[in-house]
Design a binder for this molecule. Structure first.
Ligand code: ACO
Length: 318
């Protein structure tokens, strides 16, 4: 038994923040942001929106595309670094918003690799027969953990959500999943703050050594793609669509170049979304499915890296 994605959906908040808008907020320029990151704009959630709201819209679209309703879902995994609250999990809150009475529901916290981690976890439940239809969501409101006075981070991130429905199939589907982590890099990329005694202790904003993240990302993303294709006796050139985590166009281009994958086989959304962390891969996937680029029988590789560090890949036959 395999698991197979049968529906995708996504949601972006209405408000768009352009590079020009940022020019009036911090000492930056549209030219700097575009040339260093490839980003031209990002979406920003409204004050009253929480991650489960974004997840709800994306999930409804994914279930509609799958031809399933809430009552068919028997597992919910939400990847997020910006949960609605400390607890209950965003997955439980989403379950309630979807009107689902009883099924396992939990969050996965692997920062920008969160969706790959969540999909790999759901694959184990579905392909083992423990669940029939899993809803897997990446949802983030990074605008809440950005220091809007810090030009080195505030230009990079955006808000959004993406979702997929994974179901049992006698044909692949997901061919293999590959997860890694190295906690020794936790100082390089973090939000170090925590809540204690009713107060925020420490820095509640993103703290990042950008160039260290950049070099590490290109190295491990190439390695994990090679690991995924060689496990399946394939070559990077066999991949029809590479769907990378959308952090920076230069990371994506460098990884593709090292792998010998032409950019016209790479799905790009970072220009319009910025880095939406755990939401970035399902957002890019949904766009490429809905505009007809990805179709039946094609080989698709999802890969991501994020705080932790965590990194991973999912290779699948569409
Ligand atoms: N506008 C203008 N100038 C800026 C800005 C800005 N927004 N930000 C930094 N600068 C300046 C710096 O101060 C520096 O100036 P200096 O030379 O006078 O000191 C100069 O630009 C160059 O800065 P660098 O950090 O060397 O620029 P770099 O080319 O490395 O690009 C960037 C920085 C875009 C952050 C890049 O390193 C990067 O993308 N790294 C990866 C980040 C990433 O992907 N993070 C998310 C990981 S996923 C997750 O888990 C959340």
């Amino acid at each position: 038994m395999y698991s197979k994605i049968i529906g995708t959906g996504s949601y972006l908040p209405e408000k768009i923040l352009t590079n020009r808008d940022l020019e009036s907020m911090v000492n930056t320029s549209d030219e700097w942001i575009r040339t260093r990151t490839g980003i031209t704009q990002r979406h920003i959630a409204s004050e009253d929106q929480v991650a489960s709201d974004l997840a709800l819209y994306a999930s409804q679209k994914a279930m509609e595309a799958a031809g399933l309703s809430s009552k068919d879902i028997d597992l919910i995994i939400v990847a997020t670094t910006t949960p609605d609250m400390v607890f209950p999990s965003t997955a439980c809150i989403l379950q309630n918003k979807l009107g689902i009475e009883n099924c396992p529901a939990f969050d996965v916290q692997a920062v920008c690799s969160g969706f790959v981690y969540a999909l790999a976890t759901a694959d184990m439940f579905v392909s083992s027969g423990k669940c029939r239809n899993a809803l897997v969501v990446g949802t983030e409101i990074y605008s809440k953990i950005i220091d809007w006075n810090d030009r080195s981070t505030c230009v990079l991130f955006g808000d959004g959500a993406g979702a997929v429905v994974l179901t049992q199939s006698d044909q692949p589907g997901i061919l293999s999943t590959h997860l890694h982590a190295s906690g020794s890099y936790s100082d390089v990329l973090s939000v170090p703050g925590s809540i204690s005694g009713g107060k925020v202790q420490g820095n509640p904003y993103i703290n990042m050594e950008g160039s260290t993240v950049f070099k590490f990302a290109v190295k491990v993303l190439e390695e994990v793609v090679q690991e995924a294709v060689s496990k399946n006796n394939l070559q990077p050139s066999d991949i029809d669509w590479l769907i990378p985590h959308q952090a920076n166009i230069r990371i994506i281009q460098s990884t593709a170049k090292k792998l010998g994958i032409p950019m016209d086989k790479v799905v790009i959304a970072v220009d319009k979304h910025g880095n939406t962390s755990a939401a970035s891969i399902p957002l890019a996937l949904d766009i490429a499915v809905r505009d007809g680029r990805i179709h039946s029988g094609q080989l698709v590789l999802l890969e991501g890296v994020g705080g932790g560090f965590t990194w991973g890949a999912v290779l699948l036959r569409w």
